[in-house]
Design a binder for this molecule. Structure first.
Ligand code: CMC
Length: 388
């Protein structure tokens, strides 16, 4: 106990020591386990990054083979969960369906729920990584009224996910889309104590099981200030397009406090410089969108918004730069995902980070139950008036 410090939103409170991810927000640096994000984006696959985050080192070729095989062998979800997803309302938001389904994974994998048993934690880790894409794809099929496509053991992790989501196509899944999706998953894989990861740790600190903790992370991710921003950015761009692409008026509105409008996909608690992920993502957006016929009007609007904001004193003074969510939605849209699926894709990418943090917490001798303090500012003691 002792003196309690007020720190809303934990802007200045380190809740743990961590060996997973390093961020220098002023310099725009991001590293997973010491490896610069640019190098991982260039050379690694998502499966390698999963191993790196969860186990601390890049996999040896044998370890990678084993991980790949286990992910493949565990990709099918329990039949009961498949039936449950088929009964979800067609109009449900996919993030609501996702958190419900992840909660139910605990019920269907009761043999992997003991947080104190390392073998069960290992099983839970694999089943989550293997089955989240299957769950996500089946949620998409349900929401779009299409039949489920079962996992195909002949396909790689990301290829399989795209195949289950969009259905088999002649000639197989486009390799450029597979590479793009893999890269986006890598860029989302961890970001130290963001809102959802902090949530996973808070829930895990009560010794709740891994599935329960991850389901809580999914819910934290859904909000528009966090993972939900990728959906919000696209809706913002569409809104601007509806008023004839008037970027000037929109920026003016953002700067007017009364309007309570934010430039979605801009700003970050830690980065006060370019988010290194957003640089990679902008390049990827250019690459993917240049394959389409004609210009992409929403991409043009996004470029204009960025240019405007970066030269406007309001954004310069507050060090507001595009974040990871600014350009991702445009890529997902070009791939064929509906807007309300965007945050589900973020969740698939962030999953290894959530798991790595939960495991680090479980192995941290200094870890205690998360229990912040408060400063009470309510009424002083007063007497209940009683009944007359
Ligand atoms: N548009 C306009 N003004 C902004 C924005 C924005 N996007 N972001 C911050 N500001 C202003 C804010 O009004 C405040 O101004 P003032 O000092 O005059 O009151 C100042 O900048 C500091 O903002 P803050 O809200 O104290 O910053 P925070 O660290 O609490 O919030 C944030 C960080 C990411 C929630 C916020 O920047 C934001 O709401 N951005 C838009 C939503 C978004 O893109 N979220 C995705 C975050 S990145 C990855 C992820 O988690 O998904």
């Amino acid at each position: 106990t002792g003196m309690v410090t007020l720190d809303p939103g934990f802007g200045n409170t380190a809740a743990c020591r961590s060996e997973i991810t390093y961020i220098d927000g002023d310099a725009g640096i991001l590293r997973y386990r010491g490896y610069p994000i640019e190098q991982l984006a260039e050379g690694a696959t998502f499966a390698e990054v999963c191993h790196l985050l969860v186990h601390g080192e890049l996999p040896t070729p044998e370890q990678l083979d084993e991980l790949t095989a286990r992910l493949r062998d565990n990709a099918a979800i329990p039949a009961g969960l498949r039936d449950l997803i088929a009964a979800f309302p067609v109009e449900a938001h996919p993030m609501a369906s996702l958190s419900g389904a992840v909660n139910m994974l605990a019920a269907f994998h009761a043999d992997a729920c003991d947080p104190a048993d390392p073998a069960q934690v290992d099983e839970a880790t694999i089943r989550l990584l293997a089955q989240l894409p299957t769950v996500a794809a089946q949620i998409h099929r349900r929401a779009t009224g299409q039949d489920v496509v079962e996992p195909d053991p002949s396909l790689g992790y990301v290829e399989n996910f795209l195949n289950m989501t969009f259905g088999p196509t002649e000639g197989g899944v486009d390799p450029l889309l597979v590479r793009a999706m893999d890269l986006l998953f890598i860029l989302h894989a961890d970001h130290e104590l963001n809102c959802s990861t902090a949530t996973v740790r808070v829930v895990g600190s009560s010794q709740a099981d891994l599935f329960a903790s991850i389901a809580a992370g999914v819910n934290a991710l859904s909000g528009p200030l966090h993972g939900g921003a990728n959906q919000a950015v696209l809706e913002m761009l569409e809104g601007i397009q509806r008023v004839d692409g008037d970027v000037d008026s929109f920026i003016k509105k953002v700067k007017d406090r009364e309007s309570k409008t934010r430039l979605m996909g801009f700003g970050h608690r830690v980065y006060k410089n370019f988010d290194p992920r957003s640089k990679q993502i902008k390049k990827l957006a250019q690459q993917i969108l240049s394959r389409q016929e004609g210009e992409d009007r929403l991409f043009e609007l996004a470029l204009q918004l960025e240019e405007h904001a970066l030269s406007d004193q309001y954004f310069v003074d507050r060090k507001l730069y595009p974040n990871v969510d600014f350009y991702t939605g445009l890529i997902y849209r070009a791939m064929g995902f509906p807007t309300n699926m965007f945050t589900v894709l973020f969740a698939i990418g962030r999953l290894p980070g959530w798991i790595a943090h939960w495991r680090e917490l479980r192995n941290d001798p200094a870890a205690r139950i998360a229990r912040p303090r408060q400063l009470y500012v309510g009424p002083k003691e007063r007497a209940y008036p009683g009944r007359s």
